[in-house]
Ligand binder design. Structure first.
Ligand SMILES: C[S@@+](CC[C@H](N)C(=O)[O-])C[C@H]1O[C@@H](n2cnc3c(N)ncnc32)[C@H](O)[C@@H]1O
Length: 231
């Protein structure tokens, strides 16, 4: 996988914002389950939490989060203007939700979040050093006792496991698309914009960035929910 610059990814999501919610469940297995589990992994110690939804896209994760934690204050951040505009419309009726345009690699926030959540975003960073720097930033913006919870697509730990992941993903897409669309549209799009890493590599980077307790909540072939606790 090659590195993708934030500018390429920004443009990609600005172009696909309008079709995003129509296709995301068709392209990502267990999309809703993954988002639900990210929310369920948040300890219910305090409903009045302050949450950062990193790479919020059209706002689906923030919606699920507010359905469980209605007193939560959520800052939903995304680099792509069209996604920010869409999220602002879709989340307009929710109290204590602010949608901001921001690059996760240059976050303008202080240490005041109880929770950071992010779904289907971090696989756009291929470079381990950049990923670790981002994890260190997320550690910094969390309060002590805070939790980072990520849902994302993953690379298999070995070539054989990656082959199984790839088969699982293709089988999922065959329920929605022709083989021609899968081979000539969705697989090339994945190769061009995504750079997933294995769960093991992600947990090692979380630990290297300072997270005291890296964890995995759930994994099913090419999708997983994992994160880290700041003690
Ligand atoms: C596949 S979408 C996921 C959206 C949403 N989290 C969800 O689960 O439906 C990836 C999102 O990450 C955003 N993104 C990519 N790189 C980013 C960056 N450097 N900073 C902030 N957002 C970024 C994109 O604009 C896009 O909206």
């Amino acid at each position: 996988m090659s590195d993708k610059t934030p500018v390429d990814i920004k443009k990609h999501f600005e172009q696909m914002a309008a079709e995003y919610d129509d296709v995301i469940r068709q392209v990502v297995p267990h999309y809703d389950q993954m988002l639900d589990l990210v929310v369920r992994a948040i300890p219910e110690t305090n409903s009045n939490i302050r949450v950062l939804d990193l790479g919020c896209g059209s706002g689906n994760l923030t919606m699920k989060l507010k359905a469980c934690f209605d007193d939560a204050t959520v800052i939903a951040a995304d680099i792509a203007k069209d996604m920010v505009d869409l999220a602002r419309i879709r989340l307009a009726d929710l109290d204590q939700v602010e949608v901001v345009q921001a690059d996760m690699l240059a976050l303008p926030f202080e240490q005041n979040f109880d929770v950071v959540v992010s779904t289907l975003v971090l696989h756009h960073i291929a470079d381990a050093a950049i990923k670790e720097k981002l994890f260190a930033t997320l550690y910094r913006v969390l309060k002590p006792g805070g939790i980072l919870c990520i849902g994302d697509i993953m690379l298999g730990e070995t070539l054989e496991l990656e082959t199984l992941n790839r088969e699982y993903w293709i089988t999922h897409m065959q329920s929605y698309f022709s083989n021609d669309e899968i081979v000539n549209k969705w697989v090339p799009r994945h190769e061009a914009t995504d750079a997933p890493r294995s769960v093991g590599d992600e947990l090692r980077s979380l630990e290297a960035a300072g997270f005291d307790v890296p964890f995995v909540v759930w994994k099913c072939f090419n999708v997983a929910v994992y994160g880290g606790v700041k003690v």
